[in-house]
Design a protein around this ligand. Sequence first.
Ligand SMILES: NC(=O)c1ccc[n+]([C@@H]2O[C@H](COP(=O)([O-])OP(=O)(O)OC[C@H]3O[C@@H](n4cnc5c(N)ncnc54)[C@H](O)[C@@H]3O)[C@@H](O)[C@H]2O)c1
Length: 325
Amino acid sequence: MFSGQLTFDWTEFPWGSDYYAEAGRMMPVDGLDQLRGFDAIYFGAVGWPSVPDHVSLWGLRLAICQGFDQWANIRPVHFLPGVQSPLRKADDISLDWIVVRENSEGEYSGLGGRNLAARGAGAEVALQTALFTEVGCERIIRFAFDLARTRDRVKLSSVTKSNAQQYGMVLWDDVFKRVSKDYPDVETESVLVDAMAAKFVLKPEDLSVVVASNLNADILSDLGSALAGSLGLASSANLNPEGRFPSMFEPVHGSAPDIAGQGVANPIGAIASAALMLEHFGLIDEAARVDAAISTVTGAGVLTQDIGGTATTDVVTEAIIDCLS
Ligand SMILES: NC(=O)c1ccc[n+]([C@@H]2O[C@H](COP(=O)([O-])OP(=O)(O)OC[C@H]3O[C@@H](n4cnc5c(N)ncnc54)[C@H](O)[C@@H]3O)[C@@H](O)[C@H]2O)c1
């Protein structure tokens, strides 16, 4: 790769829904121990109609993110040349923002339970509890402030639903206010998630870095990638910023069973995630080259069907590789 100046050692792990069919679990009992020694994890996507989604997600992706305390999930919303956005204003103005997702607690803490089913049909109850710790809020908010400082527009938007969720999300808001005092140079706003969804569509030019809880940022980042043209374009990094565990890089999208095996999936989200991994390794120029190759290829109109083209996954991938050599 890159004139032989840089090489990677890879180990592939066949963990996922096929593995589940054989082993009855999404990864081996010692899966995290097997991954622990790696510099990074490059993740595809998980999920298949044969396995309940909560089993596949908790058994693999969330097990890795939470087990390795990958508490910061970065999801850039990047508008590429040659890709038409459903937003008309994207033709006239430059749009580019980053969603920072709290990735270790919040609504995806797995706290709760189902009970009372023994009383008979119709009697079951379920509790799903969101967990907000001051430590968890503070570390992701500080991370997002630091990221905002690296951007042309030095602004951080915090998103909650603290009018309706008066405990965890009010704690988040309080921490945001407190931490913001340490960043007087960063412009801030606190926006409710429903209003932020509207803002993504109506006033995205006002966004730079958007920090939100696990669920809210998950939803907003899918909206962001759809506005950029397709879910197939969106990249992400699940970071353990302290470096105690390997970080994980993956496209935002899932396994797309509706188009699987047809050779039409957009590879850009996965390739752009590899660029985020290069950046994480400090290979800034190399990451920029990958991003530039993606832009060259979309700008030349080599597009998969989700963004209006006819090229296959392989054709787009080869075109990007050609731009790098
Ligand atoms: N990180 C993950 O591994 C992850 C994330 C989301 C969903 N999932 C799982 O994936 C499975 C399918 O879930 P879903 O359908 O809700 O979400 P999905 O992201 O797989 O698909 C949503 C829509 O986006 C399209 N799409 C996704 N990736 C694309 C690509 N690369 N190119 C073109 N179009 C693409 C799909 O065709 C589909 O129409 C489920 O089992 C779900 O649990 C996994």
